[in-house]
Design a protein around this ligand. Sequence first.
Ligand SMILES: [Fe+2]
Length: 241
Amino acid sequence: MFSFFSRKERLSATGLLNGLVDIHAHLLPGVDDGVATMEESVRTLSALAGMGIRRMYLTSHVMDTTDAGYKAYYREQFEALKAVCPEGVEIRLAAEYMLDMGFAARREEGLLAMSGGHVLVETSYMAPPPDFIELLYEVVLDGYHPIVAHPERYMYMGDRDYRELKEKGCRLQLNILSLSGLYGRRAEEVARRLLKEGYYDHVGTDIHQLEKFQKALETITLHKTERQELERLVRNNDGLW
Ligand SMILES: [Fe+2]
């Protein structure tokens, strides 16, 4: 039955992503499970620009299997991409750090951070790292501000974890495609609840592949409160540029 209060609108019709600073993207070619070639990166950046997303942090994965010389290699790839970047598109280099056994060494040599020292971090989907909260505290002591990527996707996290992360000053980043069900029904339900309850600070695309991204994005519908919250997150992202 039609109900005024359950009316939803398509995200793609809201223009909400127009002007978004994307803080989570795997568009540095050939370095992780994101785009593979320079041509694909350029094509994807052009398509995103057409949707109004023209400022992007490129946040390639860094995990314990990533080469020790990753920073030099990522910078090299970044400069090469920058040289052919579509007009009107601004890209910056950051990274998405897995909090695993290799992370301590990465920290010691300095992290690829966003402006203001904000660092995107993730954990395994199944289990938290040992001493998760202490680890985040150490990152803060180093002068960084951790942003936990896609908390809705971690199977081990519950309300107590979300609250604790927020209480400890961590910021939380919603993956926009979690609202499409791309990562499963649980991730979508958690994402919509955390969104409505105001847990998130930022939003990112976590884009790996253009067509998959566009297809999933097209299916997203929003309630009014979800839309209002998303608007707040989009504004918050501006502060990271
Ligand atoms: Fe990611």
